[in-house]
Write a protein that binds this ligand. Structure first.
Ligand code: GUN
Ligand code: ZN
Length: 433
């Protein structure tokens, strides 16, 4: 049993539905077997538990562990290739690198760098796009288990439109996915995600195989890309002659539902938003990627108006880093740049998008996403170096919302001084608390 003492900020209640930031200046969190048993004012909680060990984190701000709902494991080494739109970037940067994961030694090194990137940024839960090679996906799950992260991931499948080494067929896609799920789904904190890359590279036969895996692996999740870039959307329209729209290419296989997270959706029609909202699917908004590839300005208002759940994704390696503080800030910028069509965001929206919304999108709402009693102690301790601009900002913040806005504006990996998953510290930080 451990009693954590900290200034805690979290956003359990949806600010898009009137929720506000929850702030406790001097909170006590009693953690038993990795779960928050009680939360309250520190002094009163301490009175009831005078003998427990206290971890004093008052020198910084404690937030819920960040949740990245869209990030590519094989792309950690190619972050930062600027100047290309989606299809050119895939052809010239992403896909040649993904071919290299056929080599298991290479994949293991990349897995270690990738998981290190998540932890450094304070990401404790992620929905990860795996590799096209099953042994490389094993390497990812092995590394994630070693470090202790909460990861949902799977084999990426495609049977057309990509370099030959990345292609499979429907039978092999099914067999390899089910075998991977048998090894990893529900083992520790790992879960399996059925992952066709996008309709551009998947035939109806492969999408059918994906639907079969989703049925045959109870509790598995679904993830893919949709409506990211106009040239991609046009190509998918040409490939799927009978489909109503891009979302429909997945929906007609039963792949759009409460377990689905579709990345990007920058260019949806109202009909597509209605399908997504009606099915209870979630969208991973990846603003730094959308900016870097020039994909477009995300229509957040349309999503909210249609009841489509939205969370944040870094989309590494098109995205420009692992930090969800940066993604939150970019999401804010994008809505501001949309002018009257944008949805003005507060710091509470950004924290909710980066934590609670992500947990709900991944079906982990009972376990993580905020620091209330009953949740796992998955947490990030933000503690900037003395006198750096974030430290100055936090000392001079006029309110908890103001302090949180400064974290999104100024916070980066070097300010993440501690990371816990289920009460276990996985990033020791530069300084002992
Ligand atoms: N669409 C299909 N594959 C990818 C990818 O790797 N990154 C992004 N941003 N979009 C994709
Ligand atoms: Zn992506």
């Amino acid at each position: 049993m451990t009693l954590f003492r900290a200034r805690v900020l979290d956003a359990p209640d949806d600010p898009f539905a009137g929720g506000v930031l929850r702030s406790d200046e001097d909170a006590g969190l009693l953690v038993v077997d990795g779960t928050i048993r009680e939360r309250g004012d520190f002094t009163s909680l301490r009175a009831g538990h005078p003998g427990e060990e206290v971890v004093d984190l008052r020198a910084g701000v404690l937030l819920p562990g960040l949740v990245d709902t869209h990030v590519h494991y094989p792309q950690v080494r190619i972050i930062g290739a600027l100047g290309m739109p989606l299809l050119e970037w895939l052809e010239r940067c992403a896909l040649p690198e993904e071919c290299r994961l056929a080599d298991l030694g290479y994949a293991r090194a990349v897995a270690s760098e990738f998981v290190g990137g998540l932890v450094s940024a304070g990401t404790t839960t992620a929905l990860v796009f795996g590799s096209h090679f099953a042994p490389a996906v094993d390497a990812l799950f092995e590394e994630v288990a070693r470090v202790g992260l909460r990861v949902t991931a799977g084999l990426v499948v495609s049977d057309r439109g990509l370099p030959e080494p990345l292609l499979t067929d429907a039978d092999r896609a099914y067999d390899e996915a089910v075998a991977l799920a048998a090894r990893w789904h529900g083992v520790g904190r790992a879960r399996y995600a059925v992952t066709p890359r996008f309709s551009y590279s998947a035939s109806d036969e492969v999408l059918d195989a994906c639907a079969a895996v989703l049925t045959d692996v109870p509790g598995s999740r679904f993830t893919t890309h949709v409506n990211e870039n106009p040239a991609e959307v046009a190509a998918v329209t040409r490939l799927f002659v009978g489909a109503e729209h891009y979302v429909g290419t997945y929906d007609r296989h039963g792949l759009v539902g409460k377990s689905s997270v579709l990345a990007h959706n920058v260019h949806p029609t109202d009909g597509e938003l209605a399908v997504l909202g009606g099915r209870g699917a979630a969208v991973a908004h990846c603003p730094s990627s959308n900016s870097a590839l020039g994909s477009g300005l995300f229509p957040l208002r349309g999503h909210v108006d249609h009841g489509v759940r939205v969370a944040l994704g870094s989309d590494v390696g098109a995205g420009t880093g692992f930090s969800l503080f940066k993604e939150g800030l970019q999401a804010y910028f994008m809505q501001a740049l949309l002018g009257p069509e944008g949805l003005p965001l507060t710091a509470a929206h950004l924290l909710h998008l980066a934590t609670r919304s992500g947990a709900l999108a991944l079906g982990l709402g009972d376990e993580v996403g905020d620091l209330g009693a009953g949740r796992s102690f998955d947490a990030v301790w933000v503690r900037p170096l003395a006198d750096d601009p974030l430290d100055v900002g936090l000392r001079n913040a006029g309110s908890p919302d103001d302090a949180l806005a400064k974290i999104f504006a100024l916070g980066g990996d070097s300010d993440v001084a501690g990371v816990w998953v289920a009460g276990e510290r996985i990033k020791p930080g530069r300084r002992a608390p």
